[in-house]
Write a protein that binds this ligand. Structure first.
Ligand SMILES: [Fe+2]
Ligand SMILES: [Fe+2]
Length: 253
């Protein structure tokens, strides 16, 4: 099973980078299954109905989300779509799918999205305990986890905790790709962070001038996206059967 996982597509410029490189990457790597982290894909964060429908038509199979899941007003509707996995470790009563089960020919692929707790704001449930609970119920040929987290230690700890129990754990959220893609000792594919798809010269997608100003003054401001510049497209290509994971880091000069 050849799976392409594309890291956080960041608003308008992320969508532009996706438009520019998606077909090229697809042609070259011939994925059978495509996952996109869409927590920042719509303007103002979150995922929209229009983008969901458009990207599914273009070959994306499943969207995962993150800490910006609930930013847009229309989130209950967006979370009701069948191929959106919201972070599973929000509490009971949260709308949306705790995981997506996808039928692919005679195989079942499950995609789980979990949120980290270290340096993250929402008081969510423990992702380790939630993963145990989910994996007790899930029967699938392939299980892929998007672990949306800030701390590299938390990501590595969950990866080793789930090693051998899931096929891949892919880190998202920091928007900066790491170079540690590997096969864990019990066979799970792993990378700490895929990186983001959007403007190359930015503060993880946000405006550079604003980012610097905030760090100097300490005064909080809502992040404005960097509107122009060279693009980057970050993803990983995996083969879940032969157990390979390869980074795809396109950065325009
Ligand atoms: Fe993000
Ligand atoms: Fe995030």
């Amino acid at each position: 099973m050849r799976v392409l996982f594309i890291g956080d597509v960041y608003m308008e410029q992320g969508r532009n980078a996706f438009d520019k490189y998606f077909d090229i990457v697809k042609q070259e790597h011939k994925p059978q299954f495509i996952i996109v982290n869409g927590e920042n894909i719509a303007d103002g964060n979150g995922l929209s109905e229009q983008i969901y429908k458009d990207y599914l038509k273009r070959g994306v199979n499943v969207f995962t989300l993150g800490n910006h899941t609930f930013t847009r007003k229309d989130y209950p509707e967006v979370l009701s779509f069948p191929y959106v996995a919201r972070p599973a470790n929000y509490g009971p009563g949260t709308p949306g799918n705790e995981y997506v089960e996808y039928k692919f020919n005679d195989k079942t692929i499950v995609v789980i999205n979990l949120l980290g707790r270290i340096f993250m704001r929402d008081p969510i449930d423990n992702p380790f305990i939630k993963a145990d609970a989910l994996l007790k119920d899930i029967k699938a040929d392939y299980i892929i986890v998007d672990f949306h987290a800030e701390a590299t230690s938390e990501k590595l700890a969950l990866a080793h905790y789930l090693d051998g129990r899931v096929d891949a754990i892919i880190g998202t959220h920091t928007h900066v790709p790491t170079a540690d893609e590997m096969v864990l000792p019990k066979g799970t594919l792993y990378i700490t962070d895929v990186g983001m798809t959007g403007v190359k010269h930015s503060i993880i997608g946000g405006e550079i001038t604003q980012g610097i100003r905030k760090f100097i003054s300490g005064v909080p401001e809502r992040v404005k996206p960097e509107k122009t510049g060279k693009l980057q497209f970050n993803a990983v290509m995996m083969n879940l059967d032969t157990k390979t994971i390869k980074r795809i880091n396109i950065r325009e000069d």
